[in-house]
Design a protein around this ligand. Structure first.
Ligand SMILES: NC(=O)c1ccc[n+]([C@@H]2O[C@H](COP(=O)([O-])OP(=O)(O)OC[C@H]3O[C@@H](n4cnc5c(N)ncnc54)[C@H](O)[C@@H]3O)[C@@H](O)[C@H]2O)c1
Length: 312
């Protein structure tokens, strides 16, 4: 796995190890994972801009699947679009080439950031207009097309989902537009108040991390002969607005206070994305079903974060 020290990798590594065995999953990243989250299995510091290093790691560890998670996300990508292009395109090209040479299957996640203002917003269909306005979105659209190309041209088993905003209590998010939905929980438990950078009614798709992890594993385990799309499946679990999330929180913490200071850059990104995506293709082709709705996710996030923040 590349980018294994990030928000998704921190939870996908232990989930894969629990199914395939502790020593069967090589976690790699350019930065050290947090010591308490590192786990017992193999770990390698690796820059996935270095194609030779990826090929060496695959051969040495006899890998049969690459989970490619390294990326620069939407908000940070707008701060440094040149770096977003270089990392997101360069690293994906490298893992596709290594997959072609070694026969590895590849999981390469895409994002709701592939959609843009011209996409039907409620719901955004699986096959639709992809004209994003962010560099992150541009790299994700190009990445989806590259994965399809390598599958058709070279037979690389490249699969992926379009993740919505991901909510988790283990690792901090890496600079996306939906990070408010994680920050709000830390703030609620630590100080009882949060100032949100998106406006109250901004509705976006979200998913609790256990569902996101299961989606990655299930799409990779799915019977390939049933997949018509293979790559870039819309998947969703809930549609949140800052206002509705604050209301869910208040059912547990009645004193919780929410205020708004809209960040124009992130608000503009959020407004270019759909209000809801249609994940019928994932449901039909590989049986996708989210298990966590807004209320269940909120209760679990609060329970885990209250315990975690009490212990630190
Ligand atoms: N988190 C979300 O809400 C979300 C939503 C949609 C899609 N995604 C996608 O899921 C994937 C994982 O996202 P995440 O949230 O874990 O991101 P993250 O920012 O938390 O983690 C990315 C990791 O990549 C590593 N990385 C950066 N440059 C690298 C390099 N040159 N070589 C090796 N590693 C490098 C970083 O150190 C970091 O640990 C990405 O493809 C992202 O676009 C995430």
């Amino acid at each position: 796995m590349t980018g294994a020290a990030g928000q998704v990798g921190t939870e996908l590594v232990p989930a894969l190890r629990s199914v395939y065995g502790e020593s069967s999953v090589l976690a790699t990243d350019v930065r050290e994972p947090q010591p308490d989250l590192r786990g017992e299995g193999p770990w390698l510091r690796m820059d996935c801009m270095d194609a030779h290093a990826i090929a060496r790691a695959v051969r040495q560890h006899e890998a049969d699947t690459i989970y490619h998670l390294a990326a620069l996300l939407s908000a940070r990508g707008e701060d440094d679009p040149q770096r977003a292009y270089a990392l997101n395109m360069g690293s994906l090209y490298n893992v596709l080439e290594v997959s072609r040479e070694t026969g590895c299957a590849l999981f390469a996640p895409s994002s709701i950031a592939v959609f843009g203002p011209g996409t039907p917003p409620d719901p955004a269909p699986q096959d639709t207009v992809l004209r994003p306005t962010t560099m992150y979105g541009v790299t994700k659209v190009a990445g989806e097309l590259l994965c399809d190309y390598y599958a058709a041209r070279f037979g690389v088993d490249a699969r992926g989902v379009r993740y919505p905003g991901l909510i988790s209590h283990v690792a901090q998010p890496g600079g996306g537009t939906t990070d408010y939905a994680v920050e709000i929980f830390y703030a609620a438990v630590e100080s009882g108040a949060y100032t949100c950078f998106l406006s109250a009614e901004t509705q976006l798709d979200m998913m609790y991390m256990p569902d996101a992890i299961r989606a990655a594993m299930e799409v990779m385990e799915a019977d390939g002969s049933r997949l018509k799309h293979r790559n870039a499946f819309n998947v969703t679990a809930m549609q949140l607005t800052p206002k509705s999330l604050a209301e869910s929180l208040r059912r547990h913490l009645p004193e919780f206070r929410m205020s708004y200071r809209v960040d124009p850059a992130r608000q503009a990104i959020a407004e270019s994305w759909p209000r809801r995506i249609d994940d019928t293709a994932a449901r039909d082709e590989w049986g996708w079903r989210a298990e966590y709705d807004q209320e269940r996710m909120t209760a679990e996030m609060l329970e885990h974060l209250t315990r975690k923040l009490r212990e630190t």
